[in-house]
Ligand binder design. Structure first.
Ligand code: COA
Length: 336
């Protein structure tokens, strides 16, 4: 059996740091309120030369170096994003040109904050049938352009950035027994879910939309809209259930997991999730304090930081969990 293995990772954060003190000058809020409710201290905001595809391309180039793979060897460039550079062409096509991945086909996918997890699942399915394929998967967002900077409910939460990884098929073991299969590197299993009926709790309308599903007063341009409390409850419950179901199905205990990389939405969501999974706090990777919620970029940025900090050793079991607009959510186990 071939498994999809992560060969290398990369990330890119914009230069500009926006602090809670800066936000105090912009809306009626305080560092104390933001820190205690979200755990966020700073977030990055894209500026000149840092459009979505440019951040994505820089993250991709670092992932290629880390994977020791050239751009020409890449067969597929996929970008998970809800803030593409343009509606058409895809952000992935811009990245393809920027990095010179001239032999690849390229497209975007949108599953909001779960986009990167959905992308990993898709990459695994490609690799299952074409193990030689080299896939460059990127999660990249410039959410700052789609935030109402006068809305204190949302503007404190989000940030910009990009993360990437290169995947390919793992070498097939010649005689696969249950033990060798269990130890085999790569994506072990995943579960993905969606519930479109709850979309109004977290949404972003299209620019210049004539969307008949929205009342006139709900068309506030095209900014992020959120019912924070409800999103909070759904996020905790959904990620908990997805992760526990996956572990149960794989007959893996949470104690066997070396590192948990959840979508970085909010420290209180992460703490509740940790508690409900019965996981040790030090096994949960956290960088939401530095970058806020970067949506589809959050898991790949965290994955890259964990990788570069040597928190991922070969053979370790890594658990990813995500939740986002749609709603979309899921979890994944990777043997690093
Ligand atoms: N600064 C100061 N006060 C603020 C504020 C801010 N930035 N944002 C909201 N408030 C106020 C509200 O207006 C409200 O005031 P009121 O009681 O006078 O009406 C009060 O704080 C409480 O608001 P509420 O929305 O109930 O706060 P909360 O405890 O639920 O925290 C969130 C708000 C957004 C931090 C929290 O609901 C949350 O984290 N939700 C999940 C968001 C998320 O992760 N979304 C993305 C998922 S992928």
């Amino acid at each position: 059996m071939h498994r999809a293995v992560v060969l290398g990772t990369g990330s890119c954060l914009p230069r500009r740091v926006l602090t809670n003190d800066d936000l105090e000058q912009m809306v009626d809020t305080s560092d104390e309120w933001i820190t205690s409710r979200t755990g966020i201290h700073t977030r990055r905001i894209a500026g000149d030369g840092e459009q979505n595809y440019q951040l994505a391309s820089q993250a991709a180039e670092k992932a290629l170096v880390s994977a020791k793979v050239s751009a020409e060897e890449i067969d597929l460039v996929a970008v998970a994003t809800l803030t593409p550079h343009m509606m058409m062409p895809s952000c992935a096509c811009f990245v393809q040109t920027e990095i010179g991945a001239k032999n690849a086909f390229a497209f975007d996918l949108n599953a909001a904050c779960s986009g990167f997890l959905y992308g990993l699942d898709m990459a695994e399915k490609y690799i299952a049938t074409k193990p030689d394929m080299k896939i460059l998967l990127i999660g990249s967002e410039t959410l700052s352009a789609r935030i109402n900077w006068q809305d204190r409910n949302t503007c404190i939460l989000f940030g910009d950035g990009a993360g990437a990884c290169v995947l390919t098929g793992a070498m097939e073991t010649t005689r696969t027994t249950r033990t060798t299969e269990a130890k085999q590197r790569g994506i072990v299993a995943s579960n993905l879910y969606s519930d479109g009926s709850l979309w109004k709790l977290l949404y972003m309308d299209s620019p210049a939309s004539r969307n008949p599903d929205l009342l006139l007063e709900e068309r506030n341009g095209c900014f992020m809209q959120m019912t924070g409390r409800d999103v909070f409850k759904h996020a905790v419950r959904a990620m908990e259930k997805a992760a526990l179901d996956l572990l149960d199905l794989q007959q893996i205990s949470i104690q066997d997991v070396s590192l948990i990389i959840p979508h970085q939405a909010n420290i209180r969501i992460l703490n509740k999730l940790t508690e409900r999974l019965g996981a040790d706090q030090e096994k949960v990777f956290i960088n939401v304090d530095k970058y806020g919620n970067t949506s589809a970029a959050s898991i790949p940025i965290a994955l890259d930081e964990a990788n570069r900090q040597n928190r991922l050793k070969q053979g370790d079991l890594v658990l990813l969990c995500s939740f986002g607009g749609g709603f979309t959510w899921g979890s994944m186990l990777i043997r690093w």
